[in-house]
Ligand binder design. Structure first.
Ligand code: AMP
Length: 481
């Protein structure tokens, strides 16, 4: 059936992909807004938050809504950061500042970074990279409103590759991310970008043995990518030192706050020099994020890619009405007609994920599961198998709905409807990555009407096509006969 659905939609032109952020969440809106954060008071008026530039506008136009720009020189790293000339340079790696004379779209990069981007087949920057690489290279603070799928990781990875010094064996940059899976993904991408710069990247996240992470830090990692909890743990043990960090990246900041990482983030920020550069990436800007920005960022530039909370246009959004007791049959019908592309299926709870995987395996369908109840080593193994394409069908809780980038995902199935519109936008954003086509099918049961109405109101009824299951048409035919 998916083939049939797809052929119905494939003829439509596929506009440029722009992952876009959802609206702020109700519980975040409820936060009181009359408490002025300290740094805001010190710094005077807020920069305008909206309207912001979008990816559809050219990058130059995007700059028009920025708050007044105060140029800052790249800050000194603080005391005791003189280059240790005895530090070993890594073989075939070019350390130290390199001339940035190779054009990569509108930005210029150094030869080692250009070579790495070439290896990765990145021929031109994505809109967010066009926007953020230059200000990041200038050492400015910034807020980037964009989701993963827009090339945001390289947006900060490229500048880090240029400014971090591989000959200096201490942590110069730290990127905080909400989930362990994202920590691995971001660390892997940054590792590829810095490949010829002799820079070491350490991924630190919970659920994994500390020994290896501590060894990476001891070996002189210059960039650390981690989840806030593990970062705090390593700080407390004295094995992670961030007092000389020059750049802090807060990635998927709104999700980090949703998880409850705010106290950890504040503590980590306070452990870094005040002179640091801070870049915050977020899909939404609820009050708490706004406070964080005005408390810890220094006159940031604001960038936004994509219309707020709109799913990318290249996702074909479909739904089918299916009674709860018929969902498994409906899924089997959808999978039977699947076209072999990778599929990410979402369920609400860990138990529901496990139950469905058992049922599908019983039917002889190759499938794997991921959720927070698994050991981290299992989560890593499943994610890797899915990334490698060895697992074609992955059943997940909302654990993988944010940030996870597996470009080959052709279909998302909402077996259980998301209860929040934002969650819907995040989930379906796992497909149609970087302009590829992708479909999202949402099962709407008799209990889901309210949630579905909210989703339809949000994305627009014209964007959601109903599909008919033969499951029901054959029943009707049988009844009629
Ligand atoms: P991200 O938003 O950082 O998760 O990136 C989404 C996807 O875009 C990843 O698969 C990246 O490898 C890919 N990507 C990032 N930048 C570029 C680029 N300049 N050209 C082509 N692909 C890119």
């Amino acid at each position: 059936m998916l083939k049939k659905f797809l052929s119905r939609f494939r003829s439509r032109p596929s506009p440029e992909a722009t992952d876009s952020p959802p609206k702020q969440q109700p519980e975040q809106r409820a936060a009181p807004s009359d408490v002025k954060p300290q740094r805001e008071r010190q710094r005077g008026p807020r920069p305008p938050a909206a309207p912001q530039p979008t990816a559809s506008a050219p990058p130059t136009a995007a700059a028009q809504d920025r708050p007044p720009r105060r140029r800052r020189r790249r800050k000194p790293a603080g005391p005791g950061t003189e280059s240790t000339s005895a530090a070993p340079a890594r073989r075939e790696a070019v350390t130290g500042q390199q001339p940035r004379d190779i054009p990569f779209g509108s930005v210029h990069v150094s030869a080692p970074v250009a070579k790495a981007l070439g290896d990765m087949n990145y021929e031109a920057p994505t809109p967010i990279q066009e926007l953020v690489v230059a200000p990041m290279l200038e050492g400015l603070d910034l807020v980037g409103q964009a989701q993963t799928g827009t090339g945001k990781t390289a947006g900060f990875g490229i500048p880090l590759a240029e400014v971090v010094d591989g000959a200096e064996l201490y942590v110069q940059a730290i990127a905080l991310v909400p989930t362990r899976e994202l920590a691995r993904q971001v660390a892997d991408e940054v590792t590829r970008i810095v490949k010829y710069r002799g820079i070491r990247v350490a991924a630190v996240y919970g659920g994994a043995p500390m020994g290896r992470q501590i060894a990476d830090l001891d070996a002189g990692a210059q960039i650390v990518v981690g989840t806030p909890g593990r970062v705090i743990d390593l700080l407390d043990r004295g094995v992670l030192k961030i007092e000389r960090v020059r750049t802090v990246i807060l990635d998927e900041a709104d999700q980090m706050l949703d998880i409850g990482f705010l106290p950890d983030i504040r503590r980590i920020l306070r452990s870094t020099p005040r002179s640091r550069q801070t870049a915050l990436f977020t899909a939404t800007v609820p009050t708490q994020i706004r406070r964080l920005i005005y408390s810890y960022l220094n006159e940031p530039q604001w960038f936004r890619v994509g219309e707020e909370s709109t799913p990318v246009e290249s996702i074909r959004q479909m739904y089918c009405e299916v009674a709860r007791r018929d969902k498994l049959d409906a899924l089997l019908e959808v999978l039977r007609n699947e076209d072999g592309e990778q599929t990410l299926l979402f369920r609400r709870t860990q138990e529901d994920v496990d139950w469905l995987v058992r049922m599908l395996k019983r039917k002889g369908i190759a499938v794997d599961a991921i959720h927070g109840g698994l050991r981290q080593s299992e989560r890593n193994a499943v994610m890797q198998a899915f990334r490698d394409g060895r697992v074609k069908l992955l059943v997940s809780t909302s654990l993988t709905s944010r940030g996870i980038d597996v470009p080959a995902v052709g279909h998302v199935i909402n077996y259980d409807i998301p209860e929040q519109v934002e969650e819907y936008v995040h989930r379906i954003g796992r497909t149609a990555r970087m302009g590829r086509p992708g479909t999202a099918i949402t099962f709407v049961s008799e209990w889901d009407i309210e949630f579905f109405d909210a989703i339809r109101d949000h994305v627009g009824a014209d964007k959601l096509a109903e599909i008919d299951l033969t499951l029901y048409s054959s029943q009707q035919a049988a009844g009629a006969g």
